[in-house]
Write a protein that binds this ligand. Structure first.
Ligand SMILES: *Cc1c(COP(=O)(O)O)cnc(C)c1O
Length: 406
């Protein structure tokens, strides 16, 4: 019988024995990584449902697919260490130049751009105040918002401890402003419903020396929106990176006045004792965001728009061959400003509700996600489709409409 001592002796006579223990993967001496990793398909391994996204850039649907250039950037930068602040400095300068801002920083989404921007306004460079948030002792405590702009995303603002003060008219603003007013926030996509438009909001802020912030999260296209509001005079502009720009979904941009962006960064990682410590973006996302932005700006937007129109027309043509089906195309004026196709059917002819249709598409092969409001209609958009997926979408919808004919 072999005793423990002999066993250990024999084992240690084997080359690189330590590297075999535990992992099961042989590792050559001096290499930090296994020689080759076995290929894994985690989507299959975990049984995850993938789908054709005809719905849009929804957070729940993982927003957008990053283009090759962005993924290459993420891969390449993942192999090196770089100081986090140095990546932010360099990328911030580039983004600021591209978007006509004094300064910029990559945040973990538009939401954290709002938190950090407001934190910067509240604290300035004061270390004690930064450590103290969301306790506002010694700081201003109110943010003005128009009533029609007061939607769920304002939670990003109240996270800093501030109270929102609702206003409707310019007179309301004049009355509401006091020594506690820290900032005036504007939500671009509800602008058409508000009584005060962009320029007037900026002018009121300037008149009273109160910084203004605009949320344009989902508001490219048009590409001009990337610089329009910086040019207009908003002190801070916040945008999502993972929506139509197809950067990392966990990235966004805060841009605007240099002193505010600098102060905002004092509440962001790597600094620890801050309100923004959980809003981390690493070098891969920061660089990925920059490349996505650059690629988006350099896109032939006219050509892209034409291709969206063609895809929508293709689907409309196929599905409207089914009896009682009508289609219409619309483009939201702000936010997700791309062609949407609404497909409506007569429930007396086609026995399907919207929810049933969505389920048939979701659980069919391949799985497809669409949106909708009414009981007998679905809506879809094509800007998140990969090449030729419009053909599959058109065919699947047509099949289900035909199958449900009464
Ligand atoms: C998506 C969105 C946000 C949040 O953006 P993230 O990039 O997901 O953090 C904020 N405001 C509006 C209007 C949005 O549409």
């Amino acid at each position: 019988m072999i005793n423990r001592r002999t066993l250990l002796k024999r084992l240690s006579a084997l080359p690189f024995v330590g590297a075999f223990v535990g992992s099961g993967i042989p590792i050559a001496p001096g290499l930090a990584h296994p020689i080759s990793l076995p290929k894994r398909d985690l989507i299959k391994e975990l049984g995850l449902r993938t789908f054709i996204n005809a719905a849009g850039t929804y957070t729940a649907m993982t927003a957008s697919l990053m283009p090759e250039e962005v993924m290459e950037t993420i891969q390449a930068s993942s192999k090196e260490f770089i100081m986090l602040d140095e990546v932010q400095d360099k990328v911030g300068e580039k983004i600021a130049a591209l978007c006509h801002a004094e300064a910029a920083t990559v945040t973990s989404g538009c939401w954290s751009a709002m938190v950090l921007g407001l934190a910067g306004v509240l604290t300035g460079a004061d270390k004690e105040k930064i450590a103290q948030l969301p306790n506002l002792k010694g700081m201003k405590s109110q943010v003005l918002v128009q009533k029609t702009h007061n939607v769920a995303y304002v939670h990003a603002l109240t996270n800093t401890g501030v109270k929102l003060v609702e206003v409707e008219t310019a007179e309301d603003v004049e009355k509401a402003i006091n020594e506690q007013t820290a900032m005036m926030w504007f939500l671009n996509y509800t602008a058409p419903e508000g009584k005060i438009q962009h320029e007037e909001w900026v002018a009121l802020g300037k008149k009273h020396n109160i910084p203004t912030m605009i949320d344009i999260a989902a508001d490219v296209p048009p590409v001009e929106n990337l610089w329009k509001f910086n040019d207009m005079g908003f002190d801070m502009v916040c945008i999502s990176g993972g929506k139509a720009m197809k950067g990392p979904q966990s990235a966004g941009i805060l841009m605007g006045r240099k002193h505010i962006i600098e102060a905002a960064r004092l509440s962001a990682p790597p600094r620890g004792n801050t309100i923004g410590r959980g809003m981390k973006v690493n070098k891969e996302e920061i660089l990925g965001m920059y490349v996505a932005l650059e690629k988006y700006i350099n896109t032939d937007h006219e050509k892209e728009w034409k291709s969206w129109e063609n895809k929508v027309a293709y689907i409309a043509n196929i599905v409207s061959k089914v009896i009682s089906v009508t289609t219409s195309v619309s483009v939201p004026p702000v936010a997700n400003h791309t062609p949407f196709l609404k497909i409506t059917w007569d429930p007396k002819v086609i026995g399907l509700t919207r929810v049933q249709m969505q389920e048939k598409l979701r659980f069919g092969t391949p799985s497809i996600e669409v949106i909708g409001n009414g009981d007998h209609e679905i809506s879809l958009t094509v800007f998140m489709l990969r090449p030729d997926e419009e053909k599959i979408v058109a065919r699947r919808i047509q099949e289900e409409l035909i199958a449900a004919k009464i």
